[in-house]
Design a protein around this ligand. Structure first.
Ligand SMILES: [Fe+2]
Length: 136
């Protein structure tokens, strides 16, 4: 069974971003499986980097879309992303030092915990403006 299940209540109402969020859940679950199977540090590190890269990609895409539609709360939203990205960058210093295997559990659960909280507190606010801006 997957460690983290994406639920309908996590939907932000924008299919593209829901798909991004689902993919983040998938990567974290894959990492969890790999840890259980005792996979080597090199492959774990590769997938951990994929997770962090995809998180960055997702946040950037969301910001680009908010810019395009002239989202009214973009400053606050970008600030929340920036605080989290700084945290990710800090964690990646450890990964760069070859400590991926020591940070993988904490980092992957941090990303999911942050994401779920961020969806409910910040992301869900953009739906009406996204819809009005033609984003689905
Ligand atoms: Fe966001």
């Amino acid at each position: 069974m997957a460690l983290y299940e994406w639920k309908d209540e996590y939907s932000v109402g924008v299919t593209r971003f829901d798909n991004h969020h689902k993919k983040l859940f998938d990567i974290v679950n894959r990492l969890h499986e790999m840890m259980k199977e005792g996979k080597g540090a090199d492959v774990i590190e590769k997938v951990l980097r994929e997770l962090v890269d995809y998180t960055r990609y997702h946040l950037t895409e969301e910001e680009k879309t908010m810019e395009r539609i002239g989202y009214s709360d973009i400053t606050n939203h970008k600030r929340a992303h920036k605080i989290f990205t700084d945290q990710l960058n800090e964690a990646m210093v450890e990964v760069d030092k070859g400590r991926a295997i020591f940070v993988v559990i904490k980092l992957s659960s941090t990303i999911i915990d942050w994401l779920i909280n961020h969806i409910f507190v910040i992301d869900k606010k953009y739906l009406s403006e996204m819809t009005a801006g033609g984003v689905q």
